[in-house]
Design a protein around this ligand. Structure first.
Ligand SMILES: [Zn+2]
Length: 332
């Protein structure tokens, strides 16, 4: 349904409901596809980890964001010091003022650089605001394209409206596996922007802080809900395996992996997740080779062995995961 049609339905509903019935009806406000339906005014942004004296992690409160009940929106990493501030990701658009207020509790330095791990609105929503604060935005060329030309919905309308103020200014290509596309020297830290193959989206970057011994890995690994490869934005389940293997090569055993959601981990903790991806891909392929339909594959409940150990497991996250695997296996 396009926006105009939606408005007509809402208008018609208003005519038929009495004022009091309408007041009790669910809010007519709907999130854009893929967006959280969150109680934005209740969400606080807090420093939840200090990975080095000049590298802090910021997160939203739990329980107010339907997509991310563990902590609203995506993690932000903030490097700060005399040379200014470098941010990894910028949260949902509704939270940018709170993000800045929280940053100002520990640093008055100018916002200089913002790098996006991937396109999703819980990581890039604050881009226009922080560009206005002075940030130069870096991303994969693919992410810039995804932002300028968002995937179409079933009715042909674009799924999101890009805000020109937040479009990345500096872009870089995929390049050789593990090679930094950009290296930033500031605040005594060395920060590498390392592109990864299409995995969570088609434009993922991991961000390595050499001295802090930490890598922001984004969302191709998640320990809250089942894996999510955003195929409409070029994501790939098989690419997630490649991305995990890349982290195996570039991270040390004690390197802190900063995830977009869930808990932060070390690289050994990626291995059970990798094994699950391999297992589900193989089992789905067997079923597809036998001519089974998507419904058959969903009914086979292939995630059953992982349900107990997957925190945040929901029927939606399971169905989405299996549907993605099925689509990918069917393609080749
Ligand atoms: Zn994401």
């Amino acid at each position: 349904m396009n926006r105009t049609a939606l408005r007509w339905v809402e208008l018609a509903a208003m005519v038929f409901f009495s004022a009091s019935a309408w007041a009790q009806a669910p809010s007519p406000q709907r999130p854009a596809p893929g967006r959280s339906f969150a109680q934005w005014d209740k969400i606080q942004i807090s420093v939840t980890a200090k990975l080095a004296p000049n590298l802090y992690i910021l997160q939203g409160s739990p329980d107010f964001d339907t997509n991310h009940p563990d902590a609203a929106g995506g993690r932000i990493a903030v490097l700060f010091g005399p040379d200014g501030i470098l941010m990894v990701d910028a949260q949902d658009v509704e939270l940018h003022e709170k993000v800045l207020q929280t940053i100002r509790t520990f640093s008055a330095a100018p916002i200089r650089i913002l790098v996006n791990s991937h396109i999703h609105s819980d990581h890039t929503g604050g881009d226009p605001f922080f560009a206005g604060q002075g940030a130069l935005i870096f991303s994969r060329g693919e992410l810039r394209e995804e932002m300028l030309h968002p995937p179409r919905r079933a009715d042909g309308a674009p799924s999101t409206e890009p805000d020109p103020a937040g479009v990345p200014v500096v872009t870089y290509p995929l390049g050789a596996p593990g090679a930094p596309a950009v290296t930033i020297h500031m605040d005594g830290e060395v920060v590498d922007f390392i592109p990864v193959v299409a995995s969570h989206t088609g434009g993922d970057t991991v961000i390595r802080f050499q001295h802090a011994n930490a890598i922001y890995i984004g969302d191709f690994y998640r320990n809250f809900g089942f894996p999510f490869a955003d195929q409409a934005n070029g994501g790939s389940i098989r690419g997630m395996i490649t991305a995990i293997d890349l982290i195996g090569q570039i991270a040390a055993s004690d390197t802190t992996l900063i995830t977009g959601h869930g808990t932060m981990v070390k690289k050994d903790e990626l291995l059970p997740y990798r094994a699950m991806l391999v297992d589900i891909l193989a089992k789905t392929k067997q079923l597809v080779d036998q001519g089974k339909s998507l419904n058959d594959v969903l009914a086979a409940n292939l995630t059953a062995p992982y349900d107990a150990t997957t925190k945040g497991d929901t029927p939606e996250s399971k169905t989405r995961f299996i549907t993605e695997v099925y689509e990918e296996v069917r393609r080749k």
